[in-house]
Design a binder for this molecule. Structure first.
Ligand SMILES: CC[C@H](O)CC(=O)C(=O)O
Ligand code: MN
Length: 342
């Protein structure tokens, strides 16, 4: 990798990591993590419920602390970092976007399923109207062929997005698939391209490097892998690898290592690793944020969570369809009780 370009990191542990801890962030935790990230010179820090603004609900998981309080706390401790929010149209509304902007948020990432970019038009337009940086976030990018991804990314660009992300929500993309996606977007779009990985198949770092090699300049990471499923590209490791490659991020490696070890590790209920469930998510192409929901449903119906996840992957369930997890679990349990038909 010889390009002379700056990679801009967005740290997502305070949003994507919310899934991993059942949305239990406290103001104290968010303040400490955001302050340390800011001191390490991370340029963007995303703070929201795991499912984006207004995600707190029985369907997606109730937040312990209202996300606006968490956002306010993060804004208050940052000197240089810009606080970002995620918004999934239909879960969050224009009103929540306005409230976040009033608190001092500087970037909004408008997330849609990879084939549904058209629902982002008014949210991207409002983001720009509010004077924020607008990012289009195409989730479950493994589910669409390259041409479709390009078409949808171009829609987001036409609505005014400053950047468009390829989002590997399930951690299912293989390196050659990342390569062709980023390459095609670079060919057809005139705005920066970003990449968001999940480590369910242990490919987050490799895929991120391929994305950078193909010209992606906006990259997501989660410190200590604190993200949904097996987590995202581990930010502090990414900083080290990019330094070794001679690519600049402006982030202080030692400070990142210290905050990972001393501030973030104690927040994790269990260390982030590739468990059989997260592995199945990458293998079957299932939303990483379904992990805890599937585990709970498996316990409730006394079945193997892998069977639920495989079935969800077969049915091509997408983000927002969390209610299907319990339906699928109930169906599997019922089918096991019924006597076999002769
Ligand atoms: C449910 C929103 C989701 O967690 C967004 C994201 O980070 C992804 O799709 O990977
Ligand atoms: Mn994610």
């Amino acid at each position: 990798m010889t390009q002379d370009k700056r990679i801009l990191i967005t740290e997502v542990a305070l949003r994507d990591g919310s899934h991993a801890i059942a949305h239990q962030y406290t103001v104290d935790q968010v303040s400490k993590v955001a302050k340390a990230l800011d001191e390490a010179n991370i340029p963007y820090i995303e703070v929201s419920h795991g499912d984006g603004l207004a995600g707190s609900s029985l369907q997606y998981g109730l937040s312990r602390t209202h996300e606006l309080e968490l956002i306010e706390a993060a804004v208050a401790v940052c000197r240089q970092a810009r606080i970002a929010v995620l918004l999934l149209p239909g879960i969050g509304t224009m009103e929540e976007l306005r409230q976040a902007a009033n608190l001092g948020v500087k970037m909004a990432r408008i997330a849609t399923h990879v084939t549904e970019a058209d629902v982002s038009a008014q949210h991207i337009a409002l983001t720009k109207e509010l004077g924020l940086e607008a990012v289009g976030f195409l989730m479950m990018s493994h589910m669409a062929p390259v041409e479709k991804l390009v078409e949808q990314a171009k829609l987001m660009e036409s609505y005014g997005a400053d950047t468009v992300y390829v989002v590997d929500s399930a951690g299912a993309l293989l390196p050659h698939e990342v390569k062709e996606r980023i390459r095609a977007l670079r060919q057809h779009l005139g705005i920066p391209i970003g990449f968001h990985a999940h480590n369910n198949l242990s490919l987050a770092m490799a895929n991120t490097l391929v994305a950078i090699e193909e010209g992606a300049t906006r990259i997501d990471g989660s410190v200590r892998c604190l993200g949904a499923g097996a987590g995202n590209t581990q930010t502090e490791v990414l900083i080290a690898v990019l330094e070794r490659l001679g690519l600049s991020t402006g982030v202080d490696l030692y400070k990142m290592m210290d905050l990972a070890e001393e501030i973030v590790a104690p927040i994790l209920q269990v260390p982030q690793e590739i468990t059989r469930d997260s592995l199945v998510m990458g293998y079957a192409g299932v939303y990483s944020s379904f992990l805890l929901h599937a585990k709970r449903a498996a316990q409730k119906f006394n079945i193997d969570s892998r069977d639920i996840l495989i079935e969800l992957g077969r049915r091509k369930v997408v983000g927002g369809q969390e209610d299907m997890i319990v339906d699928v679990a109930a169906e599997i349990a019922k089918s096991r009780q019924e006597p076999a038909v002769r």
